[in-house]
Design a protein around this ligand. Structure first.
Ligand SMILES: Cc1cc2nc3c(=O)[nH]c(=O)nc-3n(C[C@H](O)[C@H](O)[C@H](O)COP(=O)(O)OP(=O)(O)OC[C@H]3O[C@@H](n4cnc5c(N)ncnc54)[C@H](O)[C@@H]3O)c2cc1C
Length: 388
């Protein structure tokens, strides 16, 4: 990999801390958590104590006030270790940013300190059984009744669904508003009556990550828990999706490098026909191609991180990063697994788990097709402007 120049000594010292935390608190237990279908709540508190959660939350709200690069270090180190159970990124890169960017001072004081400590676990509730890519199609209703909203509906595929204490919940507050979506975001406290957890869903990958159904039955949420403006939720979702997509691209770029390294190590050791697997031209050519593409993906994602830090990352560029790097993620997982032969198909091998985990990256947080739609539309919007 060409030299990276994003991170300074403080970030690298933090990286060592994160790496050690993963080695001692996550990797030895991850296979058991895969069988359990989720990570234990105590892990979150340990991660909070070690400084892995909400790194960039300002001190007045309980955080370290560090720059956002510290959060990316956490994303990268989890991906490098191939441990996909702890959904810290949902908490750090999706839920906290909503509360921090759009919340009132009171909302920030109520939720953020506990989230930094890992005592309050966050989740994001957008997807419903009938509406994933089509966010405007959600049906969960929030009807204003004096000082409260009464919420009825359901969500599915929610990461941290079983563990969460707080949920950023997308609801319809104005079903007639077709253009703006009529969507509001509510901060739902999971202890509220009518907040009901459904099944933890069985998945083909991300086995240690809790992905669940949630139901809302006559759930009363105070109007003071509204995030941003009433009916203005779609705009907030669009603003934060770029960060979510960049996070996925960074996670994939790192997972790609890890898979390549495991494969290079394996090819060096594996003997056959009086040679090693690494001696075959096919192996070298395959790995040469993948290494080149991995390097391109790293350079591009680093560029996008820099844009993000400077407040200049737009939705189209984030969509390009997610589209290109997650496509590559799937390809690298498949081609590296091939080089492991039958061992690559065995769950005990990290490459097998990485292969299963890679598949979702082209779907969740905006599918490949949706990314293409975003990028494609922007091209024609630009050309119309050019003609004027
Ligand atoms: C493991 C996992 C974790 C998740 N975590 C969360 C979470 O924490 N919170 C949350 O809210 N959601 C979460 N999701 C949901 C995820 O974001 C959705 O699955 C995703 O947005 C796709 O929606 P969908 O599944 O309804 O598929 P659909 O929207 O029904 O898509 C079906 C197919 O149609 C294609 N399609 C869609 N639009 C277009 C188009 N314009 N042109 C062409 N083709 C199109 C899609 O690409 C896809 O191939 C998670 C999902 C999984 C599997």
């Amino acid at each position: 990999m060409s030299e990276r120049n994003l991170y300074n000594q403080d970030h690298e010292a933090f990286r060592d801390t994160v790496r050690r935390f993963i080695q001692s608190e996550i990797t030895p237990f991850h296979m058991q958590w895969e069988r359990d279908g989720q990570v234990p709540r105590e892990l979150w508190q340990k991660a909070g104590a070690a400084g892995l959660l909400g790194c960039s939350v300002p001190e007045e709200y309980g955080g370290a006030g560090a720059d956002a690069l510290f959060n990316f270090v956490v994303v990268e180190e989890l991906a490098a270790a191939g441990v996909t159970g702890p959904a810290f990124a949902v908490h750090n890169e999706m839920v906290i940013p909503y509360i921090y960017a759009f919340g009132t001072d009171e909302q920030k004081r109520r939720w953020l300190p506990g989230m930094v400590r890992g005592e309050i676990i966050g989740a994001l509730g957008m997807t419903e059984p009938q509406a994933g890519s089509d966010v405007r199609g959600i049906r969960t209703r929030a009807v204003r009744d004096g000082g409260h909203y009464v919420v009825d509906g359901q969500k599915t595929f929610i990461s941290n669904g079983q563990l969460c204490d707080v949920l950023i919940l997308a609801c319809k507050t104005d079903p007639q508003d077709a253009k703006g979506g009529g969507i509001s975001l509510l901060i739902a406290d999971a202890t509220t009556a009518g907040f009901v957890r459904g099944r933890r869903l069985e998945k083909i990958g991300l086995k240690a990550q809790d992905t669940s159904e949630l139901f809302f039955e006559n759930m009363s949420v105070p109007v003071s828990n509204l995030l941003g403006a009433e009916h203005g939720g779609l705009k907030l979702l669009m603003k934060n999706l770029a960060q979510e997509r960049l996070t996925q691209a960074v996670r994939s770029a790192t997972a790609i490098e890890a898979m390549l390294q495991w494969t290079i190590d394996y090819a060096r050791e594996r003997k056959m026909f009086g040679h090693t697997l690494a001696d075959f031209q096919n192996t070298q050519f395959k790995l040469a191609e993948l290494k080149t593409e991995a390097t391109i993906s790293r350079v591009f994602t680093d560029h996008c991180i820099r844009l993000f830090i400077d407040g200049k990352l737009d939705g189209n560029t984030a969509a390009m990063a997610k589209m290109w790097v997650t496509e590559l993620h799937g390809k690298v997982a498949d081609q590296c697994l091939q080089l492991f032969g039958g061992w690559g198909y065995m769950w005990e091998y990290p490459i097998a788990r990485a292969y299963a985990d890679a598949r979702i990256t082209r779907i969740a947080g905006g599918s490949i097709e949706v990314m293409k739609q975003i990028i494609g539309r922007s091209l024609f919007a630009d050309s119309k402007k050019d003609k004027r």
